[in-house]
Design a protein around this ligand. Structure first.
Ligand SMILES: Cc1cc2nc3c(=O)[nH]c(=O)nc-3n(C[C@H](O)[C@H](O)[C@H](O)COP(=O)(O)O)c2cc1C
Length: 332
């Protein structure tokens, strides 16, 4: 992603579970710090010039450590949602050049964050991501009954956010549209509504470069639109996911693996009330290719996948420009 002129983002949830650091010492939080440092070093090695960022969720117990580790190891951007990242500038203070980008689902949340940051830290967000709960994948910033409420629709909120940024901050906070962006037409639409960029996840799942197992990617190629479902996450939020055997078991009330492996969430229905399932375990299992016990997060239109592609091919399609990494490779 970073090699093609995009921003490559590393996710931090359950990052360490696949690492030797966790296998050796079984200390999830210490291992997460080491695994994130490794990921950042590896990302920099494969993309020496690209922009590399980290997604740190507020609802995670090691949010502060993940932010501090990211900054210490050279992340150029921190994207942060699943709660209001009110103290993010404090945790990222070691390098004021690191771009700080909250994820919101309303103008109210954006205004609260920007005001608090300005008053407390004398800075404003470098950008704000609006994540459309009707279309985005993973944890969604709205309750189940609000999911298809037009009030949270990107077509409504992005222009409002752009207007708010222009009025309050003289256009200094670019708004990024996330959720449901698949092709160039979607990008043009987002830009026409006042966004300055887009955040995309689902489109890149069936790429050779995506580090999930082949069976994870194949599940998307095989999926039908009725397979995109909403599950109740242990974090107390709805999540959009692909229907797999794991989800079928959940819906039928069949017992699924619910032993808390990481104590990763601040508030967790699995750990604290013995309900739902262990999210770290379920996401990790999916990434490893276990379709029985794995949870596959997805955006609303990820079932449009029909075949595997390279990231550079998607970028060429989206930008209409030759990929910089392909040109370098061809020159030898
Ligand atoms: C497989 C998958 C994993 C995701 N993991 C995270 C995550 O760790 N943190 C986060 O803030 N958002 C996460 N998201 C949400 C995306 O960052 C993004 O905002 C959203 O899915 C964009 O919509 P799209 O998938 O339609 O492109 C995830 C989405 C998917 C599909």
């Amino acid at each position: 992603m970073a090699n093609e002129g995009g921003v490559g983002i590393i996710a931090t949830v359950a990052l360490s579970l696949a690492s030797d650091h966790y296998r050796k010492a079984k200390d999830y939080f210490k291992a997460n710090i080491k695994a994130l440092a490794d990921e950042l070093a590896w990302a920099r090695e494969i993309s020496p010039q690209g922009i590399i960022g980290v997604n740190c969720m507020v609802a995670i117990r090691d949010f502060e450590e993940m932010v501090r580790t990211s900054v210490e190891h050279g992340a150029q951007m921190i994207i942060s949602g699943a709660g209001l990242p009110l103290r993010l500038p404090e945790f990222a203070a070691a390098d004021p050049k690191t771009a700080l980008v909250p994820i919101v689902s309303s103008v109210r949340a954006a205004a609260l964050i920007a005001k608090r940051w300005l008053r407390t830290y004398r800075r404003i967000p470098e950008a704000i991501v609006f994540e459309d709960p009707n279309k985005a994948g993973g944890h969604l910033g709205a309750s189940r009954h609000q999911l298809y409420d037009p009030e949270f629709d990107a077509d409504r909120v992005v222009p409002e956010l752009a207007e708010w940024a222009r009025k309050e901050y003289g256009d200094e906070i670019p708004i990024i549209w996330a959720g449901g962006v698949w092709d160039r037409g979607d990008i043009d639409h987002a830009l026409s509504m006042g966004a300055k960029g887009v955040q995309m996840a689902s489109r890149f799942i069936c790429t050779h470069e995506c580090d999930a197992a082949d069976s994870f990617k194949q599940a998307f190629i095989d999926a039908k639109s009725s397979d995109v479902v909403i599950v109740d996450s242990p974090a107390g939020l709805p999540g959009r996911a692909l229907k797999t055997k794991f989800i079928e078991k959940l819906f039928r009330g069949v017992e699924v693996e619910s032993k808390c492996v990481a104590t990763c969430l601040m508030e967790c229905r699995c750990r604290d009330a013995d309900e739902t399932f262990c999210i770290a375990y379920a996401l990790h299992k999916a990434q490893q290719g276990d379709m029985e016990d794995g949870l596959l997060f997805t955006g609303s239109n990820a079932v449009r996948h029909t075949h595997m592609q390279h990231v550079w091919q998607i970028f060429e399609e989206l930008t209409g420009q030759p990929s910089p990494s392909r040109l370098v490779a061809q020159r030898g």
